[in-house]
Design a protein around this ligand. Structure first.
Ligand code: ANZ
Length: 835
């Protein structure tokens, strides 16, 4: 009997599929389309481990299933190859980033191919390819044209280890997201994308997306929309006014001081000479603190009085103006009215500096002493400050109003008096995209002493990233491109005079903000893509990846898509209809798998040990629900290998069985029925599971099927030859999305010349699923009195009739009335009799 040897069959089929271009997809198809995409990886130095492989295995199983279901499937792959991982790897190993990328992509690609993933490699893209980044630059210019790309001098997060600025999103708890070192602030001129202009659309359109609530909530919080008012306070004995941002104008009567952020421009202007020394030293201290630290609620509040008072516009009270770093300059107006009775931070501050606290909101307590619906018990029970809603007190003519009504009236009156306006604020900041690093797409801008900031004309794109040998970060706020005078010195496209190129490169997230569009038309060299092609394939139906991209990539890609839509280049506004976040694969001991811990398991070594890609693929999916974390298990891998071995043996035994002279088709109706029932039940279960990403349960059904087939084989010994053939072929088709190599090999062993991956998915016949008879329990007043066998399908009426005429039931019924019948479909009928 032919033996199962993955090392032999897997490379053979890989080559054959490639030669036959089995997974290439053309655009002009009449089939329904499905675009299945996994995040394109950055090919860093470390090879892919079984954790990464899970992502692609999920995508591939879905892609193969959809193809067999008759869909036109776009399933592409490419390389997100700009950015720090590749550059740091290059610096570490001493080779150029270009060379590093070439080597690493080769390795990654070979690993993906080895796993048998059905990518259309004719569409492969690489973000570092000038033919690709030319269009990334083109989109930069599109944003620039609309005022959505701009340059601004500002204090920026700076990572002293990576020697580059970081976007807000890339700072986690005051540390660099990549290297974990403490970040600092530096004043630098930087390029930004104005994502804030799209804040409301990014927020509102989340509602229509089929994404997990967890990710949507993270995006909502990130955008952080807050609506309130800007209220103007006059500074005593001065023409200056201070605008504060508040979400609680209803508490205006309780404002007992104002607070300015230390960076606020008015600090310098209004501080009295007496206080200046103290104020300046406080400012110096607080600038060294990160925003995170400044907002830390448990930290003891610090601050300093500036010597001046403001006038509360609602009651003309004089209140002191303080400077404190718990107020941030880059939110709202950088100034607040402090209401210590109703805000914890203000309360802590007032306590520290002994400032007055005036209650202006009283919690509403109902008769039974519970608090009103919109306040939490925790907040209500706090005697010191109360942040909930309630009734206004100590608020002049507004006393007695509900706080929401008070809010409306106070704000309206202030608006009429020209003292306030309603405003909306967002936590989200504009996206900082310039990087002082070498390995990125150059920003296509020229600085001319005469014409200022001039975009590179379309016809001059791409601005090529020059090959330079000294690409180490300079650490002085300029990118290594500044080392290359050949790159820097150019002529102004407007006046023709000498000018200098921008030397910053773009954040790698710019490249990944549109790559999913490029896959629809990857080789277009006169536009980023043809509209018809993108409109045909996009949006992405299934976007599959880990949860690590909750904010950055997914938000940026949504933003670019909307900008591109607004330009009329595409006809949809959201790029990813459905998002699937798979669970991580952990090391066998439950710890995170990582190169640094030296606990990674790579598919290559497992394949070398003889397991084969097929059993690894099965293991990736059988290990648990696809969206949950799971620890890798080599034992489990032995199990999936064993399962494939059983399928192999079953098929080989069948092939060795002799075809009987006559067909047993009609001679054994019961065997036929049972085999069909087993097959069709499994087809139904697996199909429904595949539609719901129920891979592990689908595989469990296949295992059950194989057990069932083995049992039936014992008595039948393949005598029902034709029926067995059908069953084995169906089994292989159901297996094909999970284990493409073995299913292809056995398919050909069965005498087929076409690829199993181009056949159609089996259908089930509902009428073959059910058992033919069922046993029904007949109860009288809940006590078992008889059992009856009924042919299926059946119904309550037929069962009642049979039950009531059953010899064991008749005596109980005589002279009694049935007052109620309880029926459990196809299982129990219970007659309840009067007394
Ligand atoms: C008075 C007040 C009374 C406030 C009260 C709250 C409760 P969100 O929801 O996050 O937008 N605030 C405004 N700008 C600030 C800044 N730059 N730094 C620190 N805090 C700032 O929060 C808005 C509230 O945060 C504003 O409403 C303001 O305090 C404070 F009972 O004004 B509130």
């Amino acid at each position: 009997m032919k033996r199962y040897n993955p090392k032999e069959i897997e490379p053979k089929w890989r080559e054959r599929w490639e030669k036959d271009q089995l997974y290439q997809i053309s655009d002009d198809t009449n089939k329904p389309k499905r675009y299945i995409l996994e995040y394109f990886p950055y090919p860093s130095g470390s090879a892919m481990h079984v954790g990464h492989v899970r992502n692609y295995t999920i995508g591939d199983a879905v892609a193969r299933f959809c193809r067999m279901k008759g869909m036109a499937v776009l399933h592409p792959m490419g390389w997100d190859a700009f950015g720090l991982p590749a550059e740091n790897y290059a610096i570490k190993t001493g080779i150029s980033p270009r060379q590093a990328i070439d080597e690493n992509t080769r390795q990654f690609k070979q690993q993906l191919e080895q796993m048998g993933f059905s990518y259309d490699w004719s569409r492969e893209i690489n973000s570092t390819d000038p033919a690709y980044y030319r269009w990334t630059q083109w989109f930069f210019l599109l944003l620039f044209k609309h005022g959505l790309a701009y340059q601004k001098e500002s204090l920026q997060w700076w990572c002293p280890i990576d020697k580059t600025v970081l976007a807000n999103e890339q700072v986690e708890n005051g540390k660099c997201w990549r290297c974990g070192s403490d970040v600092e602030k530096r004043a630098l001129k930087q390029w930004f994308f104005k994502i804030t202009a799209y804040a409301d659309r990014l927020l509102n359109d989340l509602n229509n997306l089929d994404w997990s609530e967890a990710i949507k909530t993270m995006q909502r919080n990130w955008i952080g929309r807050s609506s309130g008012a800007e209220v103007s306070f006059n500074v005593e004995n001065s023409d200056q006014k201070i605008q504060v941002y508040t979400t609680r104008p209803d508490t205006l009567w309780g404002a007992t001081f104002l607070v300015l952020a230390p960076e606020h421009p008015l600090v310098e202007i209004i501080t009295t000479d007496n206080q200046r020394g103290e104020v300046n030293s406080y400012i110096k201290q607080s600038l060294a603190r990160s925003d995170i630290e400044r907002q830390e609620t448990k930290r003891r509040k610090t601050g300093v009085f500036c010597g001046v008072y403001a006038i509360n516009p609602i009651n003309q009270q004089k209140i002191p103006i303080w400077i404190a770093d718990y107020v941030l300059m880059n939110y709202g107006t950088g100034a607040i009215m402090a209401v210590p009775a109703h805000d914890q931070r203000d309360y802590d501050f007032a306590k520290t500096f002994d400032l007055p606290i005036i209650k202006v909101i009283e919690p509403i307590t109902t008769g039974d002493n519970t608090t009103s619906a919109n306040q939490t018990n925790e907040k209500a029970s706090n005697d010191n400050y109360y942040e909930g809603e309630g009734k206004l007190i100590n608020s002049g003519s507004y006393n007695g109003l509900d706080s929401s009504e008070g809010r409306k009236q106070i704000i309206n009156n202030l608006i009429v008096a020209n003292i306030a306006k309603e405003t909306v604020n967002y936590k989200m900041r504009d996206w900082l995209i310039s990087r002082q690093r070498y390995w990125g797409a150059p920003i296509p801008i020229i600085h001319c002493p005469k014409d200022g900031v001039v975009p590179v004309p379309d016809k001059d794109l791409p601005v090529l990233l020059p090959d330079i040998s000294d690409f180490q970060p300079r650490g002085d706020g300029q990118s290594p491109l500044a080392n290359s005078s050949a790159f820097v010195n150019t002529v102004c496209p407007m006046c023709g005079g000498p000018a200098k190129r921008e030397t910053d490169t773009m954040d790698g997230f710019a490249c990944s903000s549109w790559y999913f569009l490029r896959f629809a038309d990857p080789h277009n060299d006169h536009e980023p893509f043809t509209k018809t092609k993108v409109d045909y394939w996009l949006p992405v139906d299934d976007y599959i990846g880990g949860a690590e991209h909750a904010v950055m990539h997914l938000l940026y890609a949504r933003f670019w898509t909307k900008v591109i839509f607004d330009e009329g280049l595409i006809n949809f506004q959201e790029p990813f209809t459905k998002l699937h976040n798979h669970g991580m694969i952990l090391a066998p001991d439950g710890s995170k798998m990582s190169k640094s811990k030296n606990n990674t398991i790579e598919p290559d070594s497992l394949i070398n040990q003889g397991y084969g890609a097929d059993s690894i693929r099965l293991m990736e999916l059988f290990i648990g629900p696809w969206n949950q974390v799971a620890a890798w298990s080599t034992e489990g891998l032995g199990g999936t290998y064993h399962f494939l071995q059983r399928i192999w043996t079953l098929c080989q035994e069948f092939l060795l069985a002799t075809k009987p002279d006559h067909d047993l088709n009609d001679t054994d109706e019961a065997f036929n029925k049972e085999l069909q029932r087993l097959m069709h039940r499994t087809i139904k279960l697996v199909t429904e599971d595949m539609q719901e990403f129920g891979f592990n349960t689908a595989i469990a059904s296949l295992m059950e099927l194989v057990n069932g087939l083995y049992k039936m084989k014992v008595t039948d010994e393949f005598r029902h030859y034709q029926q067995w053939r059908t069953a084995v072929e169906q089994l292989l088709k159901l297996l094909a999305p999970f284990a493409p190599f073995i299913s292809e090999e056995l398919w050909h062993d069965l005498g087929h010349f076409d690829s199993i991956h181009q056949t159609t998915w089996p259908e089930w016949d509902e009428s073959l699923l059910s058992e033919t008879t069922t046993t029904i329990v007949v109860q009288i007043n809940g006590k078992l009195r008889a059992e009856i066998k009924m042919p299926l399908p059946t119904n309550q009426e037929a069962i009642t009739k049979t039950a009531m005429t059953h010899e064991k039931v008749i005596p109980y019924l005589s002279g009694k009335n049935i007052v109620k019948t309880i029926y459990v479909p196809e299982k129990i009928i219970n007659f309840v009799l009067n007394n």
